[in-house]
Design a protein around this ligand. Structure first.
Ligand SMILES: Nc1nc2c(c(=O)[nH]1)N[C@H]1C(S)=C(S)[C@@H](COP(=O)(O)OP(=O)(O)OC[C@H]3O[C@@H](n4cnc5c(=O)[nH]c(N)nc54)[C@H](O)[C@@H]3O)O[C@H]1N2
Ligand SMILES: Nc1nc2c(c(=O)[nH]1)N[C@H]1C(S)=C(S)[C@@H](COP(=O)(O)OP(=O)(O)OC[C@H]3O[C@@H](n4cnc5c(=O)[nH]c(N)nc54)[C@H](O)[C@@H]3O)O[C@H]1N2
Ligand code: SF4
Ligand SMILES: [Mo]
Length: 884
């Protein structure tokens, strides 16, 4: 019998980069826990990290290479990919092919993809989903620092007296980092938090100040702050003189307080209070992510923030600095290898002939890209108009995540040759592939990732490779060899790829480039296996500071940082045809296009349906009530989602998550609405400010169903499906009521003719209920009503796991009612222990008045802690109710 073993690895989700201990029991069962020794998380994990064992099953996996949708062998698939790419290059030139890659590749995969395209194919047509994610931060860093450097480290968030979170929903998107701030604030209650976000997110619940800024008011806000700091004499003149250029021009661009107020729609009092707090807090960290990056003024927002830190000398010091926090597990690794179309490898510049020459000599390559390649939006346009003849997509799902997603879909459908490497067989993108290559997933592959604080950690395999899946780096090297580049891609082990990457970072560096991990240039397989997490720089000689720029020493020609004179754009006139602003983003328990979190019953319970957060006044104006279905429309497309009416939303704005795809809902791909409008400097799409209109979808019937097997197709005008413990749960709506509900139920529940069923129908009232049993096992149940169905979702889903021996128990299912002995837990709040809102409310009623007390009574919030702010929200809401 095999022995149980525990493997040190890293979480494959967000850029916090938490260490994970994955334990494989003797019987093969996998459990995970946080690695207490990892410096990113010290043992903590969030809800997504805690549920990692639920997503490693082989359900839906792509396990064999496919050509034209048919299984084939690796040799044929690789030969075809290599020959199609070679032919296109020969016939149409090297710019007629492209790679579209991902911040979810490991550094070794990414390094080889970039090397193949830029050094051997000789084009820079490799771009990445990081274009949609933090390219504005990269551009802002390069403008200010001359390099793409993140100056600080996580510890700074704990040491700061003031943490300003701009366009970051840290509580849901970087939960462990958020927990670290919460813990620091508990210890040092004087610490202040400011959240700048148009909507009141869960993150705002720990904030002293929430500035509900008008969309894209950030340039005006921070430019105004620079003016305030100068006016109040709070500048660090020594730092400005010694280490920077361009201060006067930047200051001259600062707007008046009145202008800032007009731009941000914040009162002068609120602005002054924030400015005074910033001015007074020497130890300030400004954290920012997508509310800053994903904007037409994204790069300017980044520089407006950095300007304020340079002007006060608050950079690279313990507890002080601007901090761009990355989304994906290896967004930073991608930047290090130069995976963006406008970068070279190892933080070198494609426009710099010396750099190009250096990289080419190091690679001993036949070619080197001479100019930047196509950025994501332009790249898919070039696919659409036929300029790109062969495209290889790795570890990303652009048919769901790119703006003008329907145009991207059409472009893929028209492209002569599309290759998709993915772990799943069915994604909205893989559907359009001529060749599908089965990639090894998390837990099966070995490599490195770099987190937001420049810390490089190992991901380690603890599972065998399933089917014929292979690690991405190996697939890329196999194709490169077949294209005639055998010598440069003869790596036998991922350690050899990492060693080469490390050697390039140190090659003719001599302190001229920030990214240097030369200490690892000679690493062998054994040392690589034992590698501990480390932060760069890791130069061959000696140890050095883990922070950058405290003493200047920027990477510009004169070693000084650059202030950038940024001005707020003219405010666009409202668009009467599309009067609302759609803001898009994330929820706590789902990851992007749900290819992994959608497999987890626990994570699928927190929010099981696509939705739109709408302000109560906007809802009233549109005749929309909570739980109605609404259609959101832009000139590019339309979606149907559930209305969530909430005061957390700003008037005039609607928020919808980016997660739902055609695999999980009838019509909820949010990027079909987004125009492909980008920041002119970074090329990053403006995913947070989309002109839309909205109306209520008149439904004649609503439905809810649970079933053991996922139906092949769902014949309803609206549906959304989510995994639950023993099957699936589905929300339904119909514009016209049906006559034959039994027929509908038969196909939805995949009910055999002779199934044992109980049904109830009131045709005139539009009500129908049916439950089908296989012995004591519930096969499925369907509930139809003229209004949104009021059955407890958690209870109904649980019935799939329960046994129903006798008739009263079966009747209860049809009645949609729990017995008095089984109270309805309500919507899941704590995913780790499956605790619902009703259970928490009951505990509050019986005397629990703190998050800790709830934890002691129900365990809720005591594992990953991601739901603690929601629990606090429920306690506060109950307190308010009691006071009324
Ligand atoms: N649970 C979960 N966590 C994730 C991910 C996930 O899919 N799910 N994805 C990861 C990835 S790749 C990324 S990039 C990160 C993203 O992490 P975040 O950037 O924190 O997440 P978002 O929800 O995209 O957007 C953040 C906030 O920006 C606000 N915002 C919108 N417009 C503006 C504006 O004009 N100004 C300001 N100041 N704020 C604005 C939005 O209201 C939103 O609350 O999350 C990572 N972590
Ligand atoms: N409207 C709107 N759109 C957005 C955003 C937004 O906020 N709003 N955010 C943008 C941002 S920040 C991001 S990062 C993107 C994310 O968008 P995507 O990158 O498109 O989303 P994912 O679902 O993470 O796609 C990853 C794919 O890789 C596969 N995969 C997982 N592991 C591996 C592996 O090891 N190898 C290979 N080959 N494949 C693997 C998964 O199955 C999945 O199909 O979305 C962007 N789009
Ligand atoms: S915060 Fe959560 S999702 Fe992010 S790395 Fe840590 S465990 Fe993974
Ligand atoms: Mo991202």
């Amino acid at each position: 019998m095999t022995q149980a073993r525990e493997v040190r690895t890293t979480c494959p989700y967000c850029g916090v980069g938490c260490g994970v201990l994955a334990k494989v029991a003797a019987d093969g069962a996998v459990t995970v826990r946080g690695d207490p020794l990892h410096p990113a998380n010290f043992g903590r994990l969030c809800s997504k990290g805690s549920a990692l064992a639920e997503i490693i099953d082989l359900d839906g996996r792509l396990l064999h290479p496919e050509i034209g949708g048919k299984r084939t062998n690796w040799d044929d698939a690789l030969d075809l990919v290599a020959s199609k790419f070679s032919q296109a290059i020969e016939k149409h030139g090297s710019d007629s092919v492209a790679f579209y890659v991902s911040g979810q590749l490991l550094t070794e995969d990414y390094y080889l993809a970039n090397k193949l395209m830029k050094g051997f194919i000789g084009s820079a047509n490799i771009d990445t989903n990081s274009r949609l994610c933090m390219s504005s931060s990269v551009a802002g860093h390069r403008r200010a620092f001359g390099s793409d450097t993140v100056p600080g480290t996580y510890e700074d968030l704990e040491k700061a007296d003031l943490v300003v979170l701009v366009g970051s929903n840290l509580a849901w998107c970087h939960p462990v980092l958020y927990q670290r701030i919460v813990a620091a604030k508990d210890k040092r209650p004087g610490m202040k938090i400011v959240v700048i976000d148009p909507r009141r997110t869960m993150t705002a619940d720990i904030a002293e100040m929430h500035l509900a800024i008008a969309p894209d008011g950030d340039v005006a806000l921070f430019s105004g702050l620079l003016g305030y700091l100068a006016a109040k004499d709070r500048l660090n003149r020594d730092y400005i003189a010694a280490h920077t250029n361009g201060f006067d021009e930047a200051l001259a661009a600062a707007p008046s307080l009145a202008d800032v107020a007009a731009w941000t729609e914040l009162s002068p009092e609120t602005l002054s209070a924030f400015y005074a707090l910033f001015a007074a807090s020497e130890k300030t960290v400004t954290v920012y992510s997508q509310g800053v990056n994903q904007s037409v003024s994204g790069t300017d927002k980044v520089n407006a923030i950095i300007n304020c830190h340079l002007a006060t000398g608050r950079i690279g010091k313990p507890g002080a600095g601007p901090f761009s926090i990355t989304g994906q597990p290896n967004a930073m690794g991608g930047r290090e290898v130069g995976g963006l179309a406008n970068m070279l490898a190892a933080h070198m510049d494609i426009e710099n002939s010396e750099h190009r020459d250096r990289v080419q000599r190091f690679w001993a390559s036949p070619a080197i890209a001479e100019k930047p390649g196509l950025k994501a939006v332009d790249l898919f346009r070039a696919v659409g108009d036929g300029r790109i003849k062969a495209l290889w997509i790795m570890a990303t799902n652009p048919v769901d995540s790119m703006p003008e997603a329907d145009a991207v879909q059409a472009a893929l459908a028209a492209c002569p040759f599309v290759v998709v490497s993915d772990v799943l067989a069915r994604t909205d993108t893989a559907r359009h592939a001529h060749v599908r290559l089965p990639a090894a997933g998390w837990g099966e592959k070995d490599g490195t990732v770099t987190n937001s604080e420049r810390r490089i950690s190992r991901q380690r395999a603890f599972l065998p490779l399933p089917g014929e899946a292979r690690p991405d780096w190996r697939i890329i090297a196999d194709v490169a060899r077949r294209m005639g580049f055998a010598e440069a891609f003869d790596h036998q082990h991922q350690a050899a790829v990492f060693a080469e990457h490390a050697a390039l970072s140190d090659f003719e560096n001599g302190g001229a480039r920030d990214f240097d991990i030369g200490r690892y240039a000679g690493i062998d397989a054994e040392a690589y296996e034992a590698m501990q997490p480390f932060q760069w720089p890791a130069r061959p000689e000696g140890r050095e500071s883990i922070r950058f720029f405290d003493n200047g020493h920027f990477y510009t020609p004169d070693r000084k940082a650059r202030f950038i004179a940024v001005r707020a754009h003219e405010k666009a006139a409202p668009n009467p045809a599309y009067p609302l602003t759609l803001n898009t983003g994330r929820i706590r328990d789902h990851w992007h296009t749900m290819t992994r979190t959608g497999k987890s019953p626990r994570l699928s319970q927190h929010i099981a349906e696509p939705f739109a957060e709408i302000h109560p006044l906007d809802a009233a104006l549109h005749g929309i009530a909570d739980a109605d279905l609404v259609r959101l429309e832009s000139p590019h497309g339309s979606v149907v989602v559930r209305a969530l009416v909430t005061m957390r939303q700003r008037r005039g704005s609607v928020f919808a998550p980016m997660h739902w795809t055609d695999q999980f809902a009838s019509n909820a791909r949010i990027d079909t609405l987004a125009p492909a409008v980008v920041d002119p400097i970074s090329g990053q799409p403006a995913s947070k400010k989309i002109d839309i209109r909205m109306h209520k979808l008149a439904a004649s019937a609503f439905g809810f169903a649970v079933m053991r097997e996922r139906p092949e197709t769902i014949d309803a005008d609206y549906w959304a499906i989510a995994k639950c413990t023993s099957g699936w749960r589905v929300e339904l709506a119909f514009t016209e009521a049906r006559k034959d509900w039994v027929g509908f139920a038969s196909s939805l529940l995949q009910m055999p003719e002779d199934a044992d069923r109980l049904a109830y129908q009131d045709q005139s009232a539009g009500r129908f209920r049916l439950a089908a049993f296989d012995g004591p096992i519930l096969k499925g149940a369907l509930f139809i009503a003229p209004e949104p169905v009021a059955v407890s979702r958690a209870w109904a889903a649980e019935q799939l796991s329960a046994t129903h021996e006798n008739q009263p128990q079966r009747f209860r299912v049809v009645a949609g009612r729990a017995g008095a002995d089984r109270p309805d837990p309500g919507a899941t709040v704590c995913s780790c222990f499956s605790v619902g809102v009703n259970q928490i409310t009951a505990a509050i009623a019986s005397g629990c008045s703190t998050v800790e007390a709830i934890g002691q009574t129900l365990k809720a919030g005591t594992n990953c802690g991601s739901c603690r702010s929601e629990i606090k929200g429920i306690i506060d809401a109950n307190r308010l109710q009691a006071a009324e």
